[in-house]
Design a protein around this ligand. Sequence first.
Ligand SMILES: Cc1cc2nc3c(=O)[nH]c(=O)nc-3n(C[C@H](O)[C@H](O)[C@H](O)COP(=O)(O)OP(=O)(O)OC[C@H]3O[C@@H](n4cnc5c(N)ncnc54)[C@H](O)[C@@H]3O)c2cc1C
Length: 485
Amino acid sequence: MKEVLPLIAALKSELGSGAVLTEAPDVDGFTEDWRGRFKGRATCVVQPSNTAQVAAVVRLCAAHGVPVLAQGGNTSLCGGAVPAADGIAPVIVNLARMRRIRHIDAANGSMEVEAGCVLKTIQDAAAAEQRLYPISLGAEGSCQIGGNLSTNAGGTGVLRYGNTRDNVLGVEVVLADGTVWNGLRALRKDNTGLDLKHLFIGTEGTLGIITAAVLKLHPLPTHHALGWFAPVDPAAALAVLGMFQAACGSKLNAFEMINRRQLELVIEHVPDRRNPLGDLHDWHVLVELADMQGSDELAAAMQHTLEQAAEAGLIVDAVLASNESQRAALWEIRHSVSEANKKAGVGLTTDCAVPVSAVPAFIAQATRAVHAIVPGLDVLVVAHLGDGNAHFIPFFTFGAWESLSDAGSTGAALKRCVNDVAHELHGTFSAEHGVGQTGLSEMAHYKSSVELTLMRAVKHALDPHALLNPGRLLPASAASPSPTS
Ligand SMILES: Cc1cc2nc3c(=O)[nH]c(=O)nc-3n(C[C@H](O)[C@H](O)[C@H](O)COP(=O)(O)OP(=O)(O)OC[C@H]3O[C@@H](n4cnc5c(N)ncnc54)[C@H](O)[C@@H]3O)c2cc1C
């Protein structure tokens, strides 16, 4: 057992006692994840107000041999932002107080923000300057940009704008020894050696704590056309995607698919959500076009493409949003899936990506693989079809889950069989959520020893004492140093 009282006293003296939480009722909300599936232990939670304070915290933790866990909005779906229940309890560095938008340069199309800025605040601030920050996801009212960067978050805008990595120009990072690296450049071109910011994007706080970032802004589309249609099956949805790409090019803003059971759960468990179509069809797609001008042209392109798809026998029903509130209501359905699933039961969320062309095969094969283990089990499909990322979710009611005699091993086998299908189709088990705690065994299983060795070498170079987020992202190897050894 570590003697942590001197560290806590030093943290209070550095940050002020109001920024150091030690009592269970204050700490509890930070040690459990959004879905209530992980609960760990923390030495304390600190809430620094600026980069210098983050650096001071890291230096103090290093000196006392206590690991550090960065935390943003705590919306991770893979247990990434909460501590483990065993090992040395870390100090949680919660970034929520660092939420300033430092600067918007509309002419440069860039915005400098602190890491604790909530994603929705960033989207709104950009829109106020007629600019778009295009990362959008169901947790956008709670997740923070530091968390988005650390997980290289995806969401519904990847088809047109890429993921978080594609929308960042610079970062500021506190390194494992408390050094601050100021990489807050706002350049679109900079070929001066290693592009170091990418070391910290998507590495889940294991190489440094991101304290600020310069984000890339885009022109704000002001006109939209949104359609909701029922394709015959996923292969038909893919064919319709091709038709929209051919007809509308870069105006295609989103192409999101869910299956019937997923829509049913949203309607049953989230107030004010309704089926947009007359019947509960097997498959549903939300498709959106967006541009800076020409509402009528967008609506005409949407209508024409859907009519062509219907004539080709690819879709069985469709509806177009005729105003902004209908458009918002249709997006609400899509953004409600996580909330619905959390209320409805136990969803074994997977986060696979395969080549876009292989999504229909992935869904068919994964369904067969799941039913070979649990015949007839409900499966939910939530696919960012336009970028090949399909959340394929074997789903149990709470009662069915509790009645399983071996829930842990059944759950693991179900996820593994889905991930195996993705792997066989040259895909990945983690497209956008990250690895966190839940993906450690999959990292060990699927990553080649060459890749793991390279990753461990980078980790050791930047964090030789394994101080930052130990037990995340990288599975332990015999040669790994234990935290702070
Ligand atoms: C309803 C819902 C819908 C979601 N939809 C999507 C989706 O469509 N696409 C998607 O990609 N994800 C989605 N997610 C997952 C999650 O929201 C994202 O991964 C998000 O980017 C996490 O941000 P956060 O601030 O909550 O980070 P946290 O959960 O707090 O942390 C995530 C990881 O990042 C690290 N971290 C956090 N802040 C920092 C920092 N400043 N410096 C270094 N490391 C840090 C943490 O240690 C942890 O490893 C969804 C989650 C929910 C609950």
